[in-house]
Design a protein around this ligand. Sequence first.
Ligand code: 5AD
Ligand code: SF4
Length: 470
Amino acid sequence: MAYIRKVIAPEEIRRQEAICASIAARLREQGARPLAMVDTYGCQQNEADSEKLRGYLAEMGYGFTNDEFAADVIVVNTCAVREHAEMRVLGNVGALNHTKKARPSQIIAVCGCMVQQEHMAEKIKKSYPIVDLVFGPHELWRFPELLETVMEKGKRVFAADKNDGAVAEGIPLRRDGKVKAWLSIMYGCNNFCTYCIVPYVRGRERSRLPEDVVAEARELVAAGYKDITLLGQNVNSYGKDLDCGVDFADLIRMIDAIPGEFLIRFMTSHPRDATDKLFETMANCRKCAHHLHLPVQSGSDRILKLMNRHYDRARYLAEIEKARALMPDLVITTDIIVGFPGETEEDFAETLSLCEEVRFDAMFTFIYSPRVGTPAAKMDDPYTRADKQKHFDALTELANRISGEKHAAYEGRTLRVLVDGETGREEYNLSSRTNGGRLVHLHGDPALIGHFADVKIVSSNTWALYGEIV
Ligand code: 5AD
Ligand code: SF4
């Protein structure tokens, strides 16, 4: 059955904001200025969700702190992509026993992808009695109402039922920075790669309307943001659910047409849906960064098939070639999983050779982590953790060598960068990014933050470039 795109009515969001206002009035009566802490794990989408949580909390009158002992409300926004992230969350939530003892009125909420899994919600219910509120990504839009129930009834609330997800516009946002902004253009994923938990916890692909995305981009530009990253689990399939004749490349064009000096970035792209039209649009839109994060996951056709990725090595390489032909300065980054069930020496050698062939500017490498309920978790896996670690180390070494070589090739060149923050160090006190997203450390006046500058690259290492303003 076709998925029907569900929209949360604007009145519903207004109702949530009215709840925020009534909580704010109550807290004001009590005198003290309440504090909240939002702790975020995982991907940029989660960072963007946390900006909504902070938006609501700010409307409730909360200030923000990073000190868990000072916080009246703690929200832990979790990730489920790998076991490691889940273990960190559970460890850190467990440690909140101390803060709750010191401050018994403290409210602890755990939300996000991890608790959208039934077994995890159960685990928290049984083993973490200090947690007052649990809600999945689909309930984020009604966080105020959930929190109010905890406050008024003093009982634990669990809201993470199975759900395909909806689109909610108009949730207040409190962004972290003043230079770079996340802009969600779609939610969910339909791909069901066999290792991945995301489609189960974030629901089906659903796009925001182009006019809503463009309006938000306009607001960001007007507010002075210079670097806008369009976010989605699979941005290349933007618009497919809308039937309004606007695809992802069209959306980039529409945002590129907004007057002003700013950069458009996006992530993540799926090689299955990356089109020539997208590459041409990237090449032709002046404001679109020449950076493509195109996760390949494996260089072995056999493993790509088992992963349900819908492309093979040859097609991936052909896409890279096309994109580079159109944008010779293109920065290409990727994600790779090592140790997928049954991955042999030969399969892994194919991954190494693909990386040598493409020469990625940066690679994000992960050891496969079985996820409850995914097909890969049921596949035979005769290899040990030690085998996988050996491959992981070899791949990391290759990735670092290539990044180092690519960075060294920038030395002596002059590039335009966007200065985005301070490093806290004396010698290279500013950080900046090239159009392709490479990190450049600089020395200069902090007043440059939020401005573009021309920089001569003087040295480099595996992770960063070092430059002088010209
Ligand atoms: N184990 C290891 N890595 C994973 N990723 C997604 N699911 C898993 C898993 N079960 C990686 C993929 C993806 C990135 C965000 O996380 O490489 O692109
Ligand atoms: Fe997971 Fe694949 Fe969807 Fe990415 S495209 S979120 S790896 S299922």
